[in-house]
Design a protein around this ligand. Structure first.
Ligand code: KET
Length: 446
């Protein structure tokens, strides 16, 4: 295509002409001078864009930040807060950062495309267990990615390029970013039944039926623990049934592990479903995030592991992952992965981390109990036992979008419109305010 270049004197003459004809219809001039710079001197080349809506989850924080009310409460994004309502940097993270700063031999060179190799090895060990057969047999590849989201995206794109089935089944409902990530990665997204609003529990029958009728080889996204947004996880027995069904049909498991340690307070317990799938010798993908369990949200540190049948295949898979990553962001950041590596490699720091992680999980469980009690004390109509039964960072309250909007307007309580609340955003001080709001909204007709 031929492009027309305008010299700066051409542009000055154009500007002068426009100036002289100001007030008259000068549109014809901008068309005469239409050039790559017309966005600067005339109407914007982006003028046709419509305002995009805010993200359904991150947009809640945007709205919260604009609210001047002193009683406002952000229960939208899944980010841990202390009893004082403040973001938390773990002590063990501070220590690791201090170590990194003190080490004058550290440099800021690019990492390899696959990221920090020690971090990758330690991450695989953390999620699969030190005694994992896949690690022992060296038939796993792990690449550092940009937190959980980046790991899902790289895994999705790798599958879209190299896996024979292009359909991924995700839970209904799921984290709002899942369908967008996988669609843009080049996969076709379908859903399988998961949550039963009537029981506020797992629709296990529906799940088995939907996975049972999925075409052989389809990819299935599984929340490793602390399902988002429902807080409903299968039991270990149910996981075993899911595993058998999936393996019998050759369905490819893709685990999203964004909350390891947050569900039960134990890193090993929360990784059990993944380890069951790896123990049977079959293949799977795992996306890990350190955003929540190490509080490294903004560091964007995570990992994608692909468990293969042999070391030889794993090596070739890794070579292809590099081809996905290089044109996407070239190589991942160094700082967050270095923090994680310092903590995971040192026995004392690791133990300290597990205690801090358990304390976060316990505070969330205590918030569940307090909210449940507060509603009971108020005699709020309905069965609220799901608040204490559900697992992880979120309670899926069952409140509808109109009720959510009432609570935001009248009580300055911010949450996603599907009725999900981040329990980590609550504190003993704010529980009564939330209970008052829920009580008010369910006792009035909205
Ligand atoms: N998977 C799930 C299930 C998930 O809830 C999140 C984040 C991620 C992956 C990605 O997290 P990352 O920071 O990329 O490691 N969820 C919370 C934050 C968000 O929406 O970005 C949330 O649901 O509030």
């Amino acid at each position: 295509m031929k492009t027309t270049q305008f010299s700066s004197s051409d542009r000055r003459i154009g500007a002068l002409l426009r100036h002289l004809t100001a007030g008259s219809d000068s549109d014809h001039l901008s068309s005469v001078y239409a050039s790559p710079t017309s966005g600067v001197t005339g109407g914007s080349v982006f003028a046709h864009l419509v305002q995009a809506p805010e993200d359904p989850i991150l947009g809640v924080t945007v709205a919260y930040n604009k609210d001047p009310s002193p009683v406002k409460l952000n229960l939208g994004v899944g980010a841990y807060r202390t009893e004082e309502g403040k973001p938390l940097v773990l002590n063990v993270v501070r220590k690791a950062e201090q170590q990194l700063i003190n080490d004058r031999t550290r440099i800021k060179e690019y990492l390899p495309i696959v990221g920090l190799v020690e971090f990758n090895k330690l991450s695989a060990k953390l999620i699969l267990g030190a005694d994992s057969p896949a690690i022992r047999e060296n038939r796993i590849t792990t690449v550092e990615c940009l937190s959980g989201t980046g790991s899902l995206r790289v895994g999705g794109e790798f599958l879209a390029k190299h896996y024979h089935q292009k359909t991924i089944y995700i839970t209904q409902p799921t984290w709002g970013n899942h369908p967008k990530i996988f669609t843009l990665a080049g996969l076709t997204v379908k859903t399988y039944r998961y949550y039963d609003p009537a029981t506020r529990g797992l629709n296990f029958q529906g799940l088995l039926e939907d996975l049972g009728t999925a075409p052989a080889g389809s990819i299935v996204l599984l929340h490793a623990c602390a399902h988002n947004p429902t807080g409903v996880d299968p039991t270990i027995q149910q996981w075993e049934q899911i595993r058998q069904l999936m393996r019998s049909k050759g369905l490819m498991p893709f685990f999203d592990s964004a909350y390891q340690g947050f569900a039960s307070g134990s890193l090993d317990t929360d990784a059990k479903p993944i380890r069951m799938f790896v123990a049977d010798g079959g293949e799977c993908l795992v996306a890990q995030s350190y955003a929540k369990n190490m509080g490294l949200y903004g560091e964007r540190v995570g990992a994608l592991s692909i468990v293969c049948k042999s070391a030889d295949v794993a090596g070739r898979v890794e070579s292809q992952l590099k081809l996905v990553i290089r044109p996407m962001y070239s190589s991942p950041p160094i700082h967050g992965a270095s923090i994680v590596a310092v903590i995971l490699r040192d026995k004392n720091l690791f133990n300290e981390w597990t205690l801090e992680l358990k304390a976060m999980a316990d505070r969330i469980i205590s918030m569940r109990k307090q909210l449940f009690e507060a509603l009971r004390t108020r005699g709020t109509p309905g069965d609220w036992s799901h608040i204490i039964k559900q697992i992880g960072m979120f309670t899926f309250t069952g409140l509808n979008p109109a009720q959510v909007s009432f609570m935001t307007k009248e009580y300055h309580i911010y949450m996603t419109s599907d009725g999900r609340i981040s329990m980590a955003g609550l504190s003993s001080k704010t529980v009564p305010h939330l209970a008052d709001a829920i009580h008010a909204v369910v006792t009035k007709a909205v």
